[in-house]
Structures are given as C-alpha cells and as structure tokens.
Design a protein around this ligand. Structure first.
Ligand code: TNX
Length: 525
C-alpha cells in the first residue's frame, strides 16, 4: 500500500498535479506564462517559488520610495493570501522563502523603468535602476501568480511562481491613457480605479482632459466661477462635478505612488464653452454663453485678441502647474474651428510662453504643429499625419494617439451600443496589430515619445461603460508601448489576453469579450 501511494505520488507530481491542492498545477515553465506587456527577455529554469505565510519582503538600502514599492506589493498580496508580510531592511542576504528588492542605479537616469526579476526556488529577487522599475516588476509578479491573487477576499493558494529570469524595460518612455472627465464627470474614486487598472499593464501616464465645452472640472481659485457654474452640468444635462484642488492633488499623489504621471489638459482656445459661460469677459462680445450639454465640437473660442484672455490663461496655468509635479501641461488646441487661423497662431505662441514660464513643457493635439512649436513642445497625433510630419520637421517629438487605432470611444463593431464610429470601428486586433514607428511616413521611432489611448466620454456615463470600452483594448496599446515591435505578434498576444480574461473578471472589470480572442470556456477557467 505504502509503495503504491509513493508511486502514485510520483505519477501525480510528474503530471504536474500538486498534492496539497488538487486544483492547481505546479507552474514549471516561466516562458509559457501570460504576461502583458510581453517582457523583453524570459529564461526559464524549470522550478517554482512559493509565497507562503513565512514570506517577508526584504529591501536593500535606504530608499523610502523602494520601501513604498515593497509595501505596495505586501498590500496587494494580502487580501487573497491573508499573509501579513513584513518589510525588512537588510544589508545582507534575505531569508529563504522571501522576496527581495534592491536598487542598482545611481539616480542619474530617473526615467529608467527597467528591472530584472530573478525567481529562484529560495528567493524571488527584483533588481531595478529606480523604484519605478521595481513597481513595474510587481505587475509582472502579480501576473505570474494564479489569477486568484487578485481576489479581494482570501483565496486558496498555493501561491507559486515558476523560476527563471525576466529582464525587462519599456520600448517607449511615455505610455498613457487619457480620460475625458469633461463630457461626463468621473469621481476621484473612479479615477483611482482607472489608475490601478492601467498600472497593471505598466502604463506610466494618465492624461486628464479636464475642460471642454460641456464642463470645467478643476478648481481654479482665482476664477471660482469656472467650476461653480462651468462645472455644474455635463453631456445630457446631468449634474457634472469638479475636482477641488485638494482632490486633484490626491489623484496626483495616488498616481505617483503607482509611478504614474498625471498630465492635466486645459483645452484651448476652442472647446471652451464652459469657461465662456462662466465669465462674460472671456467672450469677444462680452456676453456669457449658455451652458452646453450636447456633443457638437468646434463652435467655441476664447477671445484671442483680448488681454484678459491671457490673464485668464496665466492664472489657470500657474495654479495648475503648482499642483502638478509632472513635466507636461496639455493645452489642447484641437478643432478650433471658430478661431481664425492667424488668431490660432497668435494664441498658441502666447500659451506656449506661459506654460514655459511656469517651468512646464507643452503637450497639444496635432493641430499645434501648424504653429511655431516651442522647445520641448510635443504634438499628440490623433488625426492628421501631415501635422505629425510638421512637428517632426520642427524637431518636436510626437505622441501617438491615432484615432483609427487608439481611440477607446470608437465602437468595436456595428453592434457596439456605446461609443462613436467617426474614425473607425476598432476591434481588439485592430487596436493591437500596428506599429507607431511605421504608421506615418517621415515619423520614425526616434521622433516618437510614446503612445496614448484616449477615452472620450460623450457616450460613456459610468465606470462599467468606461471599463467595457477600455478593456481589453488598452492592454494591447500598453504592449505596443512597452514590448519591442519584433516581439509583438497578434496570434501569440491573443492567447495571453485570453488568459487575462479570468484575471480581469476577478478584478471586477466589465470588459468586452471579443470573439477574436480565444477566451477559455467558462468551465475550463
Ligand atoms: C475628437 S480627438 C475630439 C474630441 C471628441 C472626439 C470624439 C480630439 C483632439 N478632439 O473633442 O471628444 O473626437 O471621438
């Protein structure tokens, strides 16, 4: 009997069935795991590491930011595992069974997000140049663990990760999503959820479209009516809302803790009806406009030749710059169809000067490339390839958000109930299967700052609708931003994405189940 039990155990083990839990297979091949974005290099060594109740997290050195990253991992793993991991600073070797974080950089390149994850049977070690790289590594660790690691209540375990080495770094330094909180307002809590979800796919920027015709969503203390009146409605006539400066700072801090930069946008000189409704003097005829709750574009403009306009712009940019640690202020500049061309040129020159006066660089929609770009200004290519080319001719970098590929408000197909389709229908493979570096003649990899996927919210009214349009397409855009083009392949990606379905479900993400992705049958999950 004893003999046959032992041989059964051997058979069970060789089939990869854990005796402790019949449900889970022992992971054995790191190269077969479904990590999104795909890491640059993965080597498997055939064993596995287990996170157990004895696991603690060691950190080497004094970096407070690294401690926060380690604490973030401990907090992330706690609900599912129930383990209370301690963060222990050491100058020596970590204890067996622990996770070990160390920094290898000298701080000279804070933008470096690279990391190495060396998973041995005894220790799982994260080495990174900066805390940001260590934070990106956490996302890889989460994705290597069983999907139940994302449960908000205790899961079963065991919590095993296959051994090997992952060396990883992003292809582009700017990988973002944009959320339009102007057309429909989204609360601080909802924005934080978006930050958590985009962090999982290693994005590092959240661009907030804070103002538009339908609403002004950021408190400006020197112009209080912008939010008091201009923030009081939204598309469809709902009650709108706005972020106080304290709330905005709270979002910035929450994002920073996840190594995500907030890029705030004040769209000008068009898309300004909410401001024009709040202050009569901003209009050329001195008459305040009515609040607007429709979805037309291109009908509003600041009065470009009035001095008060630049007092307004200066105050807004000054207050916003003080609240924004990131390098960019986005000044919009799109669809200013009611601004004369010469006025548009005049305005953009002055607005760029103001942004630079407050120590920031300008981001603007691709139309800004028709004006003289200041040193360091970046054009966000959404519509016109010729504008992207004009930016490059001026020596400026281009941020890629082509509407036909990255617009998350575009419908998946003709049956999609939410969203618009003026640019394209964008299925999950369309959003994934393209390369920024070859999309526009004359705009190559060296000219490109990165990629960003915008969610415009004319038709998106709540977080479930938001999630349905954003996921899973955003994961594909994230892979375009992170993984080198040569390693990107739709056929391979769709298999990995299929495995993420269960993870997204456990996280409560209401994603679009495209039939182009081989999601597992429910009973196989
Ligand atoms: C164009 S994209 C716009 C937005 C709309 C969007 C809807 C861009 C710079 N301008 O104002 O919300 O289309 O898809």
């Amino acid at each position: 009997m004893k003999q046959s039990y032992v041989s059964m155990a051997i058979v069970a083990l060789s089939l990869g069935i854990s005796l402790g839990s019949c449900k889970k297979q022992e992971p054995s091949d790191l190269t077969k795991e479904s990590v999104i974005p795909a890491p640059v290099s993965v080597t498997a060594t055939g064993g596995y590491f287990t996170i157990s109740k004895n696991t603690d997290i060691y950190i080497k050195g004094e970096s407070e930011e690294l401690r926060q990253v380690a604490q973030h991992l401990a907090d992330r793993l706690k609900p599912a595992t129930g383990f209370e991991m301690e963060i222990i600073q050491t100058s020596g070797e970590p204890k067996r069974g622990s996770i070990f974080f160390l920094l290898t950089g000298d701080g000279t390149n804070p933008a470096d997000e690279s990391y190495e994850l060396a998973i041995g049977k005894k220790v799982m070690q994260v080495s990174a140049v900066n805390p940001a790289g260590a934070f990106r590594a956490i996302q890889t660790i989460r994705q290597l663990l069983p999907p139940e690691i994302e449960l908000s209540t205790s899961g079963e375990g065991p919590w095993m990760v296959p051994t090997g080495v992952i060396s990883d770094y992003p292809d582009y330094s700017y990988r973002g999503m944009m959320l339009d909180v102007a057309r429909h307002f989204f609360s601080v809590e909802e924005v934080k959820r978006v930050i958590d979800l985009i962090a999982y796919y290693k994005l590092n920027v959240l661009h907030l479209h804070l103002t538009d015709d339908q609403g002004w969503r950021i408190e400006i203390k020197s112009w209080p009516n912008l939010t008091a009146h201009g923030g009081s409605t939204e598309v469809g006539g709902g009650e709108g809302g706005f972020f106080t400066q304290e709330q905005y700072s709270d979002i910035v801090k929450y994002a920073h803790e996840r190594h995500i930069t907030i890029v705030p946008e004040i769209d000008m000189p068009g898309h300004t009806n909410a401001a024009l409704a709040s202050y009569a003097e901003l209009n050329c005829d001195g008459k305040a406009r009515e609040l607007y709750t429709g979805i037309k574009v291109g009908f509003s403009s600041l009065c470009v030749r009035k001095d008060v306009t630049y007092k307004f712009v200066d105050d807004v940019i000054r207050e916003l710059s003080e609240l924004t640690p990131g390098p960019y202020i986005h000044i919009g500049g799109d669809e200013s169809h009611s601004t004369k061309t010469e006025d548009y040129l005049f305005f953009m020159e002055k607005a760029q000067e103001i942004v630079s006066k407050y120590g920031k660089s300008v981001l603007g929609w691709d139309e800004i490339a028709t004006t003289r770009l200041a040193e360091g200004s970046v054009a966000q290519f959404w519509a016109k390839a010729s504008n992207a080319q004009k930016a490059v001719e001026q020596g400026a970098k281009v941020l890629f958000s082509p509407a036909i590929k990255t617009y998350l408000d575009m419908q998946y197909d003709t049956t999609t109930k939410l969203g618009l389709h003026w640019a394209a229908y964008i299925e999950v493979d369309d959003a994934y299967d393209w390369d920024p570096a070859t999309l526009v003649d004359g705009v190559g990899k060296d000219n490109i700052l990165g990629v960003e996927a915008p969610l415009w919210t004319e038709t998106i009214t709540n977080i479930d609708e938001l999630e349905y349009m954003v996921f899973p397409r955003l994961a594909g855009i994230a892979e375009i931003g992170w993984t080198p083009a040569l390693k990107r392949d739709w056929v391979d990606y769709r298999e990995r994405l299929a495995k993420h379905g269960e993870r997204l479900k456990i996280m409560g993400v209401d994603f679009y189940q495209s039939d182009r992705v081989p999601w597992p049958e429910p009973d196989q999950q």
